[in-house]
Write a protein that binds this ligand. Structure first.
Ligand SMILES: Cc1cc2nc3c(=O)[nH]c(=O)nc-3n(C[C@H](O)[C@H](O)[C@H](O)COP(=O)(O)OP(=O)(O)OC[C@H]3O[C@@H](n4cnc5c(N)ncnc54)[C@H](O)[C@@H]3O)c2cc1C
Length: 547
């Protein structure tokens, strides 16, 4: 017998079976422009695979069935193992096969950083939890390859495009993952207060063996084969390589206390750990642990920018898809003038974030060219602050485009929204990033001048950009106290100017104008969807997503 109370209509089918790369003209243009056209076939294939319903289901499952900690085995022995849903392993295997752990290091050719950033951008749109262990492993490579004896042993597994989840000593594995451990209970921003102690076992200094005793309050991806950890040696805070297993196969004395119960980022395991005389090797110079591990953080911060840009793209595309098919008050939502204002504004933000992320990635390729170094040192923390913050706001607004359907876990928007804030918090929270930008500007005045002069020449005779640059220079001339309390305003202006210059250089004139007018004109609103009336919303919407 059938009981039917109603027919279902005006509900929107899930967005699936589309190609994330082919439908993104801005990404394609950036890839070509930045010399990564040789990677376009691979990106197209990746974009197709990521858009398939089966891959979307993996992402959904990995987040619904999060990791579980098993501290002991049946006979009471400590094992400290993390059990993941099979979907997590499938997604991790995808990331590795697409070179997301090491592409720029294994294929150092022109355009490889753009190719890499584009690939990360595609992956993060579909599942962002996996990017945590992937980006930390990536970021450890430049640090670890300076340790020649250690790198000779682990290099092939570190650079590998294969995924190997087995809990074995690294020497027996075809691939490894590396995490980072800095944050302790008493403070993560000011790691100078770290209390974990390192005692030399035989000899001391770079490459020597130590025993670590203490804790880390946030220790993501504890299943990694090794972590780079900050601990206090006789010479001061130093960086250590702490493997999960020792060469003889026994487990290192790193105990996982519990997993964090997180707002988002649920597919990924984050933990609290204690080191009980854990075996470690010193990496970098004794007492130079902060600069050593900050080198790693520069790369993970670039990843945060790419990941947040990706969340914005996916949220915007989902909003476009939904409004194309949902009707209210007699029209499709996308045809309602006020909704078109919201969509166009989201798309402008998303495009500017992508252009910034891609240009920043290029700067990592062009080191030691001085302007690229200035971008790397100053724009990395600036973009990490701004783009990650904008992703929180944008994913919230895009969620509302779905109405009530946005707020429930059966659709894609709630996960995007829950995922966004973590990029702003970890790897240096917002204020810390802004203070880092000020530090870079004052400690490296030549780099600061080079960056500002370059932005001025790119701005040309654009009156809006020129006015903003003038105002920025005036803000930078303030007294140190005023500078610090104004750091967010300064960094916001710097990033918007950089994004404005990139939009002016690479977006069609009307779209660049729309960005500049809406971001710099005095009567701009404080929420998405408050674009000035003259802006051609339809042109922005028509260009953004081509399916
Ligand atoms: C899901 C997740 C996973 C994580 N994984 C890892 C990991 O794997 N390894 C790791 O080492 N850490 C990890 N972290 C920790 C993260 O990096 C820290 O939480 C972050 O650096 C901030 O440190 P804190 O939590 O101790 O906050 P605090 O340092 O106490 O900072 C609190 C607030 O004060 C602000 N602040 C700090 N100093 C100043 C100042 N001088 N002026 C103005 N404002 C200031 C900060 O911006 C922040 O907003 C993780 C965090 C999360 C949420």
């Amino acid at each position: 017998m059938q009981w039917s109370t109603h027919d279902i209509h005006n509900q929107v089918a899930a967005l699936q079976d589309y190609n994330l790369y082919d439908s993104d003209p801005v990404l394609q243009a950036a890839v070509e422009r930045q010399g990564a056209g040789w990677h376009a076939p691979a990106l197209r294939q990746q974009g197709n695979l990521l858009g398939e319903a089966a891959t979307l289901a993996l992402a959904e499952q990995a987040n619904r069935h999060g990791p579980e900690l098993h501290t002991h085995n049946a006979s009471g022995h400590r094992i400290d193992q993390i059990e993941f849903h099979p979907s997590w392993h499938a997604l991790m295997a995808l990331t590795r096969s697409h070179g997301l752990v090491s592409l720029p290091f294994t294929q150092p050719r022109a355009g490889v950083w753009a190719a890499y950033a584009a690939s990360q951008y595609l992956h993060n749109q579909i599942e962002a939890g996996t990017y945590c262990p992937i980006s930390m492993t990536f970021a450890s490579i430049p640090v670890l390859r300076k340790e020649s004896a250690l790198f000779a042993r682990i290099g092939p597994a570190l650079l590998s495009h294969i995924y190997d989840a087995r809990d074995l000593p690294v020497e027996q594995k075809s691939a490894m993952l590396v995490g980072m451990g800095m944050t302790e209970k008493q403070g993560g921003s000011d790691v100078r207060g770290n209390t974990t102690r390192a005692v030399a076992l035989a000899g001391a200094g770079r490459g020597a063996e130590y025993a670590l005793t203490g804790h880390k309050w946030f220790f993501s991806a504890p299943m990694c084969d090794a972590h780079l950890v900050l601990a206090r040696a006789e010479e001061g805070l130093s960086c250590f390589y702490v493997p999960r297993r020792l060469p003889d196969g026994s487990k290192n004395r790193v105990e996982i206390q519990r997993l964090k119960d997180k707002l988002g980022n649920r597919s990924n395991a984050s933990s609290e750990v204690e080191f009980k005389e854990a075996w470690a090797l010193m990496v970098g110079e004794p007492g130079r642990g902060i600069p050593t591990i900050l080198e790693m953080a520069t790369y993970t911060r670039l990843h945060n920018v790419i990941s947040s840009a990706a969340l914005m793209r996916q949220a915007s595309v989902q909003a476009l898809h939904y409004t194309r098919h949902r009707e209210a008050f007699g029209k499709r939502l996308i045809e309602q003038p006020l909704m078109a204002s919201v969509l166009a504004d989201l798309l402008l933000e998303s495009e500017a974030a992508l252009l910034l992320a891609m240009h920043l990635a290029q700067a990592f390729e062009q080191t030691p060219e001085p302007l690229s170094q200035a971008w790397q040192r100053i724009i990395t923390p600036a973009a990490k602050f701004w783009v990650c913050k904008r992703a929180v706001e944008l994913t919230g607004e895009a969620m509302e485009v779905f109405g009530g359907n946005g707020y429930v876990e059966s659709g894609p928007m709630a996960r995007l929204f829950r995922e966004a804030p973590v990029n702003s918090i970890w790897e240096g929270s917002g204020n810390v990033m802004c203070l880092d930008v000020l530090r870079a500007l004052s400690r490296e005045p030549e780099a600061a001048q080079r960056l500002l002069s370059d932005l001025e020449s790119q701005a040309g005779d654009d009156p809006l950009l020129g006015g903003q640059l003038h105002a920025l220079r005036a803000m930078l001339a303030q007294t140190p106290d005023t500078l610090e309390s104004n750091a967010r305003r300064i960094v916001q202006k710097l990033v918007l100017i950089a994004q404005g210059c990139l939009m002016r250089a690479h977006a069609p004139g009307t779209i660049a104008d729309a960005f500049l007018r809406s971001r710099f004109d005095g009567d701009g609103g404080r929420v998405f969807g408050s674009l000035p009336p003259v802006i051609d919303r339809a042109a922005i919407i028509a260009r953004a997503w081509q399916d």
